[in-house]
Structure formats: C-alpha cells, structure tokens
Design a protein around this ligand. Sequence first.
Ligand SMILES: [Zn+2]
Length: 487
Amino acid sequence: MTDQVHAQDNPLTLYNSLTRTKEQFIPQDPSRVTMYNCGPTVYSYAHIGNARAAVVADVLFRVLRHIYGEDHVEYSRNLTDIDDKIIKAAIEQGVDISVITEKYAKIYQDDLKALNCLAPTHEPKATVHIPDMITMISGLIDKGNAYESDGHVFFDVSTYEAYGKLSGNTLDALRGGDRVGEGEVARKRNAADFVLWKPELHGVGWDAPFGRGRPGWHIECSAMAKATLTDGIKGDVIDIHCGGVDLKFPHHENEIAQSCCANEEELFAKYWVHNEFLNMGSEKMSKSLGNVTLVHDLLKEWDGEVIRLALLKAHYRSELNWSEDLLIESKAQLDGWYDLKRKSMAYVREIEIDMPMGSFAKNIWKSIQADLNMPTTLYQFSEIGKALRNALLADIDTTENLNNVRIYLTNTMLKINILGLLQKDPKDWFKGNSSSDEQSDFDAIALRRQEARAAKDWPAADAARDEAKALGIVLEDGPDGTTWRKA
Ligand SMILES: [Zn+2]
C-alpha cells in the first residue's frame, strides 16, 4: 500500500499522556497492533461525551488499519455488564440483569454504528471474564499487592512505587476517590487503596477463593485487556490504551497498578491516548437542542455522519463545545461534500486505486499522522473541495480538470474514508431520513416532472416542482432525468 511506504517518511505521532510528550508510534509487533478502550456500563443510553471517546478511538483504529493492514490491528472495547446500578435496576424491574445489559449493549452498538464506528475486534463482557479477574486478583494477593478485608479484596497502593505516574497524583495527596461504597475507608490500609472484589449484592455474585462476590470496576479492564489482546508469550504489554480524560484517575491509574503488578511488567500500555471533555450547557447552547445529550435522541434529529463530523471538529486533545450550531454547520458541510461527490462521480465512474498520491492527499495524510489533527485535516479537505468545485464549473473535458477529479476521487476520498465520513451514496444522503412511503411519493413527483418536460408540457412540469417544494424537497433536472433531494 502506498501509505505504508509513506508512513516511513511521516510516521504516526501520538501524544502519550504517560510521558506527556508527542512520540512516534512504534508498535511492539507491526503484524499485531493492539489497542484497548474502556467501554460503557450498559444500563442506560450513551451520552454524547461517551460518543466522543468512541469516535476518537474509531479514527485511531481506522488510521492504524490503514497503516498496518486491516488484519493486523486488534481493538478491544469492553462491555461492563455487572455493576451496582445494573443490579439495582434489575431488582426494581424484577428481571435478570442480562435483560437490562443486553438491551443497552445492543442500543450502544447500534448508536455507534450510526456514527460510522467500526465494530471492535473484541467486545469482551465483564461477566464472561470473571474467571480471568479471579486469577488476576489471586495473583495480586499472592504477590502481596492485594489484601482481604471483611469480605473485600483491596489493592495496596503502597506496594506499587509508580502509583500516580499517569495522573500526576502523589500518594500523599490521594483520598479514596473510588467507586466504592461508604464504610470502606475503615477496611483499607491506605486511603487510596481501591477495591478489587466486593461481597455479593442482592444474591448476585460469583464463587472465588476469597469469598463469593463481584469484581470492582477497575480490575475488569485489566483482566479483559489481557484476555483479549496479549498472549503472555510476547509479554502482557498492549500498544495503546485510549479513553476519555475523565477516566485517567482513578480508573486508568488503577488499571496500570493492577496490570503491572499482576503481569510483572513495567508498562500496561506503551501509549496512553486521552481525549478531552465535551462541554455541554454553554451559553451558546440553543433552546431547541435543549437537554438532548443522548446519542440515541440526537440520532432521531440528525444523521450519524453529521454527529460524527461535529465530534471531530475540535482536536481530540482540546475541549469541544457542543452546540446546535456545530451540528448545523456540520450538516451544511456534508451537504456540500456530498454534492461534490455526486458531481464528481458522474465523470469518473470507477475509482483507480493505483493512482499516485496527489499532493492534496499527501497533505491530508500528513495532518492525520500528526497526532490525528482533525481540524487541519478537515480544513484541507474543504480547500480541496473548493478547488474541485472550480474545476467542475470550468470546462471539465480538459485533461487537467479530469485529472483533478480523478486525483480527488482516488486519493482524497480514500483519505476521508479513513475518517469514516462520506460513507453513503450521495443519492441516499440527499434523501435524508424520509420513509419508504415518502420516497415513493417523491419518486412519483420527480417522474411526473421528467415526463412533463419530455412532452414540453411546461405548466405540468412547473406544477410538479411546486408540489415538491411544498413537501420540502427540491427537484433537479439532469441528463439522466429528474431526481429529488431534501431541501
Ligand atoms: Zn477501563
């Protein structure tokens, strides 16, 4: 692949939260690049802030697949399907916990699919990996890194010297800060010790050498990352761990402590990639967006690609101010790009994969490789769009213009594909979210205008156009007949 060669000139750089520097990404094994991302606790709908973390990880996954090959990147994102809130909800509703977790896991997966997120290679469920967690906890007890106390097992942070390295916290400054119930402080040796195992709750638990119970949240990720991504032969270090900056402490700090001690490795992940917060509720927030913060609800109003583009508008390491304007702007931009895609496709029917990379595409790729710089990438893509629009307006039949169109299609489209944008057929894009009944009505109106025009019956052609307008669609007459799109 062209970009594999090119990757050597412009290697992928990532900001590593662990070392606090931008580093060239060098996988331990290029034939099996590994990344882990903390998944959702499946008892409710995903918030748009969760979607930002998932979309950032998806772009990274796509970029790695592009560089190392689709079969050489393994991405694991867990489903936390055991949690106090899940147990309580199940009891309230009088159902098995799986009824709740399976419902929300499916909704999460469908919502992310609508945002063009690829399915991860592995999607481990916590309840399936309880034996792995028990093995890890037993190992930590044996090594003296964990201790039992009143039906609980805690990790003893004083046994891990590097504790606090990721978040910059010192042990002295730490005060609990864990998803642990009250009264736990009395059972702990150090305030910062965190729970690995808790007693069963309302009869929900698993048998373990240290008592029947259920896992703490942090140990789940350590066990599942190990179970899905490492084989123990080449070591237990994964290449990349990503997630929202809100998880850095205590969750990721605790994952590092557990994994490094249990696996006897200096590192848990070589690179830590954290995305910044998404800001809600700023003054810019319009009334109509109101309190819509769930991906599931936003998808009722907006195409998934619009939401995805809006989420990519800020650099992943900058805070993103979420507003309705951002969605409106993203929709308009995608309309423009899809229009361009449609017009370009009329000239070049087949994409020529083997074309040399144009300078436009080179610049796009360079921005992507520079710590996934999406704002610059999207700006460059817009500039290409402008140039191409001019080329289309001019005489398309000149060789130079035709070449521009080809280069655009073969290379920049390929690059924008890495971002998971412009994935639809332009025809479908402009049909928006119309139902199939509406679509056949609109098709009929378009056909009426086409036939009227062919018969030079101008009053009938105008009537069809006016009818369309009243229904919120626009008719477009082209060489292949009349088509419609949402206004
Ligand atoms: Zn995690």
